[in-house]
Design a protein around this ligand. Structure first.
Ligand code: HPA
Length: 271
């Protein structure tokens, strides 16, 4: 049987002759500038790619951009599907499988998140060094073989983390580090949930990324993930939370993240 990811990989190969993407990226909202910098970009709407879930969140474009960025052939997913959109923890499996089959050995994931740390304010960046799967859903349920028992001791690649640290240092960008806790959403957390998350040891809270990390690790990719802090988590700030406000604040961190990604790709291109 031909699987969706085989068909999608074939479509991508046909439309991007000569390109050999080695880095897959998933861009959260407001990071369009990363894809705009891609040279000789080929853009394919998810609707042309079987298995690629079309996002329902307005700020997520829903297209794959392929080309060369900072010396590396990249495949950039502009927009993702979240668990809360359809109740499927494995919705991102076909696209990530497609990109892995195309040769992507590295996945760089971005998101926006609420901060559980007062010193990490809106517009700042936090490198995810570990996570807590508080939503409890798992995209790997139903998979066979021993590969499903994914080791998460170093789920977030140490070398990539160091590369982000180095890039932040040389660019003068403050890069917080911490543990990301995944809540299903789509409601923002309650203040009591936020207090609980802090007791559990989390530094940022969000509604995405953890399923993608698990899928990418299962596929054998090395993973890095960065959050743009959009707001203090519920109960930690002065105001009520809204998607609109959180998008506006995360836009403030987008420029720094774009510079950081550029420098990290440059580092990857040197080997
Ligand atoms: N909680 C969950 N997800 C988020 C938040 C938040 O406070 N801000 C941006 N995404």
């Amino acid at each position: 049987m031909t699987e969706d990811f085989d068909v999608s990989a074939q479509i991508i190969r046909e439309r991007t002759p000569g390109l050999a993407p080695s880095v897959a990226m998933v861009l959260g909202s407001g990071l369009g500038a990363v894809a705009e910098a891609v040279k000789n970009a080929v853009t394919i709407p998810y609707s042309d790619l079987p298995g690629f879930p079309v996002p329902t969140v307005q700020s997520h474009a829903g297209s794959l951009v392929l080309g060369r960025l900072s010396g590396v052939d990249v495949a950039i997913m502009q927009g993702r599907t979240h668990y809360y959109e359809n109740g499927l923890a494995d919705a991102m499996k076909p696209p990530l499988r497609t990109l892995s089959d195309l040769g992507c050995k590295t996945a760089i994931l971005t998101n926006s998140a609420g901060s559980l740390r007062t010193e990490a304010g809106p517009g700042s960046l936090m490198m995810i060094t570990d996570h807590i799967n508080y939503a409890g859903m798992n995209p790997l349920i139903g998979e066979g073989g021993n590969e499903r028992f994914v080791d998460m001791t170093q789920g977030y690649d140490r070398k990539l983390i160091q590369s982000f640290r180095d890039a932040a240092g040389s660019l003068g960008v403050t890069l917080h580090e911490g543990t990301y806790i995944w809540f299903s959403g789509p409601n923002f957390e309650t203040p009591a949930e936020v207090r609980a998350a802090r007791v559990l040891g989390a530094d940022a809270v969000g509604m995405s990324t953890v399923p993608e990390v698990l899928i990418a690790r299962w596929l054998g990719m090395r993973v890095a993930a960065v959050s743009i802090i959009a707001n203090p988590a519920a109960g930690m700030g002065e105001t009520a939370l809204s998607h609109e406000m959180s998008m506006a604040k995360s836009a403030e961190g987008a420029a720094d993240l774009v510079r950081l990604l550029d420098a990290v790709l440059e580092d990857i291109s040197h080997g």
